[in-house]
Design a protein around this ligand. Structure first.
Ligand code: XMP
Length: 579
């Protein structure tokens, strides 16, 4: 996989691996000489235009290696840009979303693919002229060259995205390229790597012991278990930092699970007072995040310094997985690049000193789960919803002024700001609250946001003790009382979600505390069930009405809660977390 900057690059590599073929992600500019021995090359999509100065490029020699190449979206345009006769033209309208693809010249890439089929498009520029000796093989109503090929040179390009589920038969196309054209063998199977991974752990450790900070999440748990298998209990130790920002029962759950895995080689570090102390009076979400990140590093450093751990006989173990490895390694060109928390300065120096072991660094999340299953870890550890590191702190909203809700045509704008993402940038705006819930409101949520400049989310009131006209925000930050309130609400929702089977139908289900209510009941709760593939985009999920009503009733029974809202907004324009 040559990464030309598309957010879909890893998704393509994952799909290829799902088909049983090993794929590496490399920078698009990788010299052709380094790619000579590959079975096939796929060039990903990307947000740039081939004409922009400094936009991602490929070594044009890759098209003359005799190695089969598949260019996807921007990858197709790079092909047309570099091979004589081809031409990329700026699109006037762009084409985003579903399109009907008509295969006009069926070739090996389209074998077994329907003549007319739904595909997912996301592009502005397009190929205006195919290079010499290329055949145009498919079209859509707005894109005359939606696919092109030079079968003899084994060069193929497609404008649509075969890696997303919205493209029907996308896997057929990837399979045709991998097996029919590139002659790959179906021999990649993550669980067969177990022996190699364990050998790798022993090689890296070289007689030293391994120390882990466990979070209870899937990755660190599987990485820790692999080290236990490779080195034995005497040589592996884990600490869990109790920040006080976790869900109800989480610390006990992790303590029990890890004690079962590792016995005495596990400890809980109580840092609740430090975290709460540092967060006192802080309202702004990014400030909260920064404090939590810094405090985490401080606690980690303290543990490492005071324990016997970093005396040369210990190295640090981490559950870093493949996309994180790539994104921190400098190859990724995806628009938003953040420093991964596994790559902070202190840890960077351990890497440089060769004192870090990351057994999962070549695997994707779903592959990590397969490996975890193969070594006998229980589903309750492997099938957990993702949970953000800063924990309930980003779901406990704060306010710096007391204000009333404001009436607008569609409902009320709540006097609380939350984070969203519109047009690739972060927003911090109000929330439109509808006076009642109806399933139809999902469809109009985004439209309302586009109309109201100071709003980035839409929620519906499900139940409350007072009308929206009486709701006010109040000055508050994170404190023990509000955290306890949120923890109780979250536990009620999670309990009902698990029991009803709804938990399995959603990717994540944040429960948020809003500083917005009435006298004696100062806060409200928001339910935020979403579906997603990787957290980059998300859809709000409709809930069964009976379950919604039961949850609302349970939540209004919690001390201090005045209303229950249901978030109807997709990401974008909102984000998954409220912050
Ligand atoms: P947003 O709110 O940006 O969230 O739509 C996308 C996904 O990322 C998770 N998230 C985090 N995960 N550390 C994490 O490990 C963090 O600081 C963090 N912040 C957000 C969020 O829960 C969602 O799944």
């Amino acid at each position: 996989m040559l990464d030309a900057g598309g957010q879909y690059c890893h998704l393509i590599a994952r799909r290829v691996r799902e088909l049983g073929v090993y794929a590496d992600v490399m920078p698009s500019e990788t010299p052709a000489a380094e790619l000579e021995d590959r079975r096939g090359i796929i060039i990903s999509g990307g947000p740039a235009s081939v004409y922009e100065p400094g936009s991602p490029d490929v070594d044009p020699e890759i098209f003359s290696l005799g190695v089969p190449v598949l260019g996807i979206c921007y990858g197709l345009q790079l092909m047309a840009h570099h091979i004589p006769g081809g031409k990329v033209i700026p699109g006037v309208k762009g084409e985003y979303g579903m399109a009907q693809l008509r295969v006009t010249e069926p070739d090996r890439l389209f074998e077994g693919f329907q003549a007319v089929s739904q595909v997912w498009m996301s592009h502005r520029d397009k190929v205006g002229e195919a290079p010499e000796d290329f055949v145009v093989t498919a079209e859509t109503s707005t894109c005359a060259i939606a696919a092109m090929a030079n079968d003899w040179r084994k060069l193929y390009g497609i404008q649509f995205h075969p890696e997303v589920v919205h493209t029907h038969g996308g896997k057929v196309i990837l399979g045709n390229f991998l097996f029919g054209i590139a002659g790959c063998a179906q021999d990649w199977e993550p669980t067969r790597q177990l022996e190699e991974i364990e050998d790798g752990i022993r090689r890296t450790a070289r007689g030293r012991n391994v120390f882990f900070f466990a979070s209870g999440g899937v990755d660190s748990t599987v990485a820790f278990s692999l080290c236990l298998r490779a080195l034995g209990k005497e040589r592996v130790h884990a600490a869990y930092v109790d920040t006080g920002l976790m869900r109800e029962g989480e610390t006990e759950f992790v303590r029990e699970a890890f004690t079962r895995l590792a016995g005495d080689s596990f400890e809980v570090v109580d840092a609740k007072a430090e975290f709460l102390g540092k967060l006192a009076g802080v309202v702004e979400p990014e400030a909260k995040r920064k404090i939590i990140g810094e405090e985490f590093v401080a606690v980690q450093e303290r543990v490492l310094e005071t324990g016997p751990f970093l005396n040369g006989r210990w190295i640090l173990g981490q559950g870093t997985i493949y996309p994180d490895t790539i994104e921190s390694g400098g190859t990724a060109k995806a628009e938003v690049i953040k420093t991964h928390h596994n790559r902070v300065a202190g840890i960077q120096s351990l890497i440089e000193a060769g004192r870090l072991v990351e057994p999962l660094s070549q695997l994707y999340k779903d592959e990590v789960r397969q490996v975890g299953r193969a070594i006998g870890l229980p589903d309750e550890l492997l099938d957990r919803h993702p949970f953000p590191g800063p924990g309930l702190a980003i779901r406990c909203l704060c306010a710096s002024e007391a204000k009333a809700a404001r009436q607008v045509e569609d409902g009320w704008v709540l006097p609380v700001l939350s984070v969203g993402v519109q047009g690739d940038s972060r927003t911090y705006r109000g929330t439109l609250a509808l006076e009642s819930y109806s399933e139809g409101a999902f469809a109009t949520a985004t439209e309302s946001i586009n109309r109201l400049a100071d709003v980035n989310r839409v929620v519906a009131l499900v139940a409350g003790v007072a009308p929206l006209s009486e709701m006010r925000s109040y000055v508050c930050a994170i404190d023990a009382e509000r955290l306890a309130r949120l923890r109780r609400c979250d536990a009620i929702v999670r309990g009902m979600s698990l029991e009803s089977g709804f938990e399995e139908k959603v990717w994540q289900f944040p429960v948020v505390l809003l500083p917005c209510g009435v006298e004696g009941r100062p806060d409200s709760v928001v339910l935020r069930p979403i579906d997603s593939v990787d957290g980059m985009t998300a859809q709000a999920v409709p809930m069964p009405e009976g379950l919604l009503a039961r949850m609302a009733e349970g939540l209004l029974g919690v001390e201090g809660i005045s209303a229950v809202f249901y978030d109807l907004t997709n990401k974008p324009p909102a984000t998954i977390e409220w912050e």
